[in-house]
Design a protein around this ligand. Structure first.
Ligand SMILES: [Mg+2]
Length: 303
């Protein structure tokens, strides 16, 4: 039998991002990569946004697989350059929350397990969401989560408890709801928005999913809107969200949408895959169905 052609795979490592050390990842790659299947290269990023450029060069050089190592933010950087190309996205999840990878059942902070997925997995086409700012892979929106992401960015210690603490501080001392208008497909709503999040993948990370059924290949975003609520209801609301029962929250609205337009508002703070930014003008989210190849576990059925 003719030997099949080896695939070119590139691993992009940001040596300084995140709390979890990636210093032994090159050694793990050398130990666990399938040498029959792959010829591999490792590149280290040198500045913010460098991963996007490395991924673009990898596409031009005909790499079959481009692997992001890190959290949703790192995957976001790499994915920008792979949309609509023949180069597949691979993931070694090493972030704090790992929402996208958790949806796809790629084991977090387990290089050996993630390399096993790259060695034995299948390639599937997934949706991404395009905006006038950038694509997102996992979720994006504005309101409380974005303000928390902004505050969280300055935290030295990461992890769920640190995130929850940042959330409480934001909620009790700083956060003001945004009054704006949002068009969700054909529906227009004007509100004091406490939270507006559009989900492509099914969760924020940390296995914290809001909806029970979000799919990465169904051609729609799942949107949650949380209106102003009394702080005495906080525990109830968090409990309902943890149980994936947003329907039990009087102040919550759920939508499924192909396109969303958020009307600009002064100093609106957005988050895109956990990275926050301030933007004043209108923002459009539009689902791009099955526009990126991603390597997932061979036995993954529902996604
Ligand atoms: Mg979907």
């Amino acid at each position: 039998m003719e030997p099949t052609e080896k695939k070119k795979i590139i691993f992009i490592i940001n040596p300084i991002s995140g709390v979890y050390s990636k210093s032994n990842i090159p050694e793990k790659i050398a130990r666990y990569i399938d040498y029959v299947k792959y010829d591999y290269t490792i590149r280290f990023t040198q500045y913010a946004g460098h991963a996007t450029l490395i991924a673009q060069q990898a596409v031009e050089e005909g790499y079959h697989v481009c692997v992001a190592i890190g959290g949703d933010g790192s995957i976001n950087d790499v994915a920008q350059s792979l949309i609509g190309t023949k180069t597949a996205l691979g993931v070694i999840p090493f972030g704090s929350g790992n929402g996208f990878a958790t949806h796809l059942k790629i084991p977090p902070r387990n290089a050996e397990g993630a390399l096993h997925v790259l060695n034995t997995g299948k390639t599937v086409k997934l949706d991404l969401v395009k905006s006038n700012l950038r694509y997102f892979v996992s979720n994006a929106g504005f309101g409380l989560d974005s303000s928390v992401a902004r505050r969280f960015h300055h935290h030295k210690v990461r992890g769920l408890s640190s995130y929850a603490w940042a959330g409480l501080k934001e909620l009790f001392f700083y956060f003001q709801p945004y009054h704006t208008t949002v068009e969700i497909d054909d529906i227009t709503i004007e509100r004091d928005f406490f939270l507006f999040t559009a989900f492509n993948a099914n969760q924020y990370g940390y296995d914290f999913a809001v909806f029970p059924f979000t799919s990465l290949k169904d051609g729609v975003m799942d949107v949650i809107v949380l209106n102003k609520f009394r702080l005495s209801k906080l525990l109830y609301i968090v409990g309902c969200l943890l149980l994936k029962r947003p329907d039990l929250i009087k102040e919550a609205e759920q939508y499924r949408a192909k396109k969303v337009r958020i009307h600009g508002n002064k100093k609106m703070c957005y988050q895109f895959d956990g990275d926050s930014l301030i933007y004043h003008d209108d923002v459009t989210f539009e689902i791009v169905p099955q526009c990126i190849d991603v390597i997932v576990p061979e036995d993954l059925n529902a996604y």
